[in-house]
Design a protein around this ligand. Structure first.
Ligand SMILES: [Zn+2]
Length: 142
């Protein structure tokens, strides 16, 4: 497989999804945050589940969190992932409290640990699309 051709499915670029990935393209991880009660949320939606407010802004996450959970995929549901099997789909809980499904790079799946500190990294997979991924926070930087 050529390095220059990205063969995996790409996120849809519309509505809130497009805004989220638009910030990723700028290498910023942002989530919706309620303007009334301050609750962060993800996935994006119209109103706050805590207070019901429809007022919110995209706020920048500090990009650090911990591994919350994961599942290991042994049979790819899309041929673009065949070369990476087995791989882990990881749920990361950011310091702001939101949880996102992503990938952890620079870590063997056998070394995944609940609570492991991770930080966001951005991967420009096509000229138009940047994906958020995570890597272990090195002990030297904590
Ligand atoms: Zn609220």
């Amino acid at each position: 497989m050529s390095e220059s051709i990205y063969s995996k499915p790409l996120p849809r670029g519309d509505h809130y999804n497009g805004e989220f990935y638009g910030y990723c393209k700028q290498h910023e991880l942002r989530f919706q945050r309620c303007s009334d009660c301050g609750t962060w949320r993800h996935m994006p939606r119209e109103s706050c589940r805590n207070c019901g407010s429809f007022d919110w802004t995209w706020e920048r996450s500090n990009g650090t969190g911990r591994i919350f959970s994961w599942t290991v995929i042994h049979r790819a549901l899309h041929p673009g992932f065949n070369d990476e099997l087995p791989y882990a789909a990881v749920v990361v809980e950011l310091d702001e409290g939101v949880r996102v499904v992503s990938h952890v790079i620079d870590l063997d799946i056998a070394d995944l640990v609940v609570g492991l500190p991770v930080e966001v990294v951005f991967e420009d997979v096509t000229p138009e699309t940047t994906l958020h991924k995570f890597r272990p926070v090195s002990s030297a930087s904590r």
